[in-house]
Design a protein. Structure first.
Length: 517
């Protein structure tokens, strides 16, 4: 359960490890590497703790690294790259929020820190703890099949109540009145009540900016990034940004295409939420947590301090606020648009939605004692029957896992089967087309020539969902089989020495891909 006290379990295990004269490694997602977490470890272990994260200077990172290597410090907390620090006397590895996609590095050297940590644990002959309220289905399958030991923490600390989760069907919401179109009347009333009690509210929306699309109603023109096959997001009143390549341009009201219509923002983002909330609750102190507002660790520390001290009444944020944070006065969480991740062209979309909704919900009412009213979570959606919502409403991970595994089994998707993805890319579309054709022919020829490769399933090649990014045209191809050794051998033979690839194109190979966009 969220709020069950797994961090305390880690701390006690690390104490035992240090008593044995050994070192401990704790990997957390970069987004969860908060001052709150570091303070808890420092309070227990003092100056025995070294920390590695992206906000350190090169000099700070070097000093922390050598303190661990030389044995001056015994516990290393860090994001995925901390895995590569050579610890001579490793006695315990902890992977917190093991389901987090950020443990996978997709560019350059591709690796998954969780899976690599399991291998490192074998090398060091030490236990590896994987912790999560919403485990990845890969880890869950290993646990229920007995490859991993499964430990359940089925209640919150001191038997505190889990929050109530209510699903609000936005299709039946009456429009108009004093609330904006994105807000249900129930959420408005709940926020009003909670703020009157001097408690805190968090509103979650996994979209930055004011609006993800700007469109001319007269001719249908939309502002798009010239480098990427994606629409530009409106920030502020006159600023358009690409969230992939950081291209910027000014927003002009007059349509640049038909010269007659006026460009109009569509959809919503955290910036729009903040503007509306300040008008609805002018007395409330409002803070926003997204990558536009939180630029560095000092900004994050300031935000957390203001929430802990009660200086902030309403926190608006993206997935930055979804996990790892623990605020005593936060009793209401509103998920503004749960549908954002439902329909992505990725077989893990439902799993990620369930994880995110469960983790966000877990921020509510973490310090409510028995007998007091539990925290409250209001989930606004246009798909109230979506399975990720129905299972999250009942805090039922095991039911969700069984349902999702049943859906994947006939299609042989992970964790039932293994995947390898080929991403073919280049700056000239005709050459990318040629590379894609050659790759497809090589795969089909190899299957025809070698009967033992008949079980390898080929999906594609096809245009990637994000067909152009940072000036690169992208196609992808997915290979699927239950036997990972057979799949690896097939890929080695297909790719060969790469000399067959047209100039100006390349193939990125990803074993066990997490992202298929």
């Amino acid at each position: 359960m969220t709020g069950s006290g797994k961090t305390e379990v880690y701390l006690q295990l690390l104490e035992r490890t240090l008593q044995q004269g050994k070192q401990g490694l704790v990997l957390v997602p970069e987004i969860s590497l908060t001052p709150q977490l570091i303070h808890r470890f420092a309070a227990r272990f003092g100056d025995q703790v070294a920390v590695l994260h992206s906000q350190l200077t090169d000099r700070e990172r070097t000093n922390q690294w050598w303190d661990i290597v030389d044995g001056k410090k015994q516990i290393l907390i860090g994001a995925r790259s901390a895995l590569f620090c050579p610890m001579k006397n490793l006695g315990l590895i902890v992977i917190d929020e093991e389901h987090e996609p950020s443990f996978k590095q997709d560019e350059k050297l591709k690796y998954h820190a969780r899976d690599s940590a399991v291998v490192l644990g074998k090398f060091a002959n030490c236990p590896v703890i994987l912790g999560s309220a919403t485990p990845s289905l890969e880890s869950w399958k290993n646990a229920v099949e007995g490859k991993y030991h499964l430990h359940r923490m089925v209640q919150r600390v001191e038997n505190r109540s889990m929050p109530t989760v209510e699903i609000i069907d936005m299709r039946t919401e009456s429009k108009g009145g004093q609330v904006p179109s994105w807000m249900s009347h129930k959420l408005f009333e709940a926020m009003t009540t909670v703020l009157q009690k001097k408690q805190q509210v968090a509103l979650f929306l996994n979209r930055r900016g004011v609006a993800p699309v700007t469109l001319c109603p007269a001719c249908g023109y939309t502002y798009e990034c010239p480098n990427c096959d994606i629409s530009l997001t409106l920030h502020g009143k006159f600023h358009l940004v690409c969230h992939y390549c950081d291209y910027h341009q000014d927003f002009k009201i007059e349509c640049p295409s038909c010269k007659e219509g006026e460009m109009s923002p569509l959809g919503l983002g955290t910036e729009l939420l903040e503007n509306d909330i300040r008008q609805l609750f002018p007395e409330a102190r409002v803070a926003r947590a997204d990558r536009d507002e939180i630029q560095n660790r000092a900004d994050l520390e300031h935000l957390i301090h203001e929430m802990e001290s009660g200086e902030t009444d309403i926190l608006i944020g993206t997935q930055m606020i979804a996990k790892g944070l623990d605020f005593p006065k936060l009793n209401l969480v509103g998920i503004v648009l749960a549908d954002v991740g439902f329909n992505l062209p990725d077989f893990r979309a439902t799993e990620r939605s369930f994880q995110l909704i469960t983790q966000v919900s877990g921020r509510a009412g973490r310090h409510v004692s028995q007998g007091e009213s539990p925290g409250s979570v209001l989930v606004q959606t246009y798909n109230p029957e979506h399975p990720s919502l129905l299972f999250a409403q009942n805090h039922d991970f095991e039911g969700f896992a069984a349902h999702e595994l049943d859906n994947r089994r006939p299609l042989n998707y992970p964790p039932m089967g293994k995947l390898i993805s080929f991403r073919i890319q280049g700056s000239q579309l005709p050459r990318v087309h040629e590379a894609t054709r050659l790759l497809s022919n090589r795969c089909l020829s190899l299957k025809a020539a070698k009967p033992h490769y008949q079980s390898v399933e080929l999906l594609g090649p096809a245009e990637a969902p994000l067909a152009k990014l940072r000036g690169q045209f992208r196609f992808h191809m997915i290979l699927k089989d239950q036997n990972h050794k057979l799949l690896n051998a097939f890929c080695h033979q297909v790719l060969g020495d790469h000399k067959w690839l047209p100039a100006g194109t390349r193939i990125a190979v990803d074993v066990d891909p997490l992202h298929l966009l």
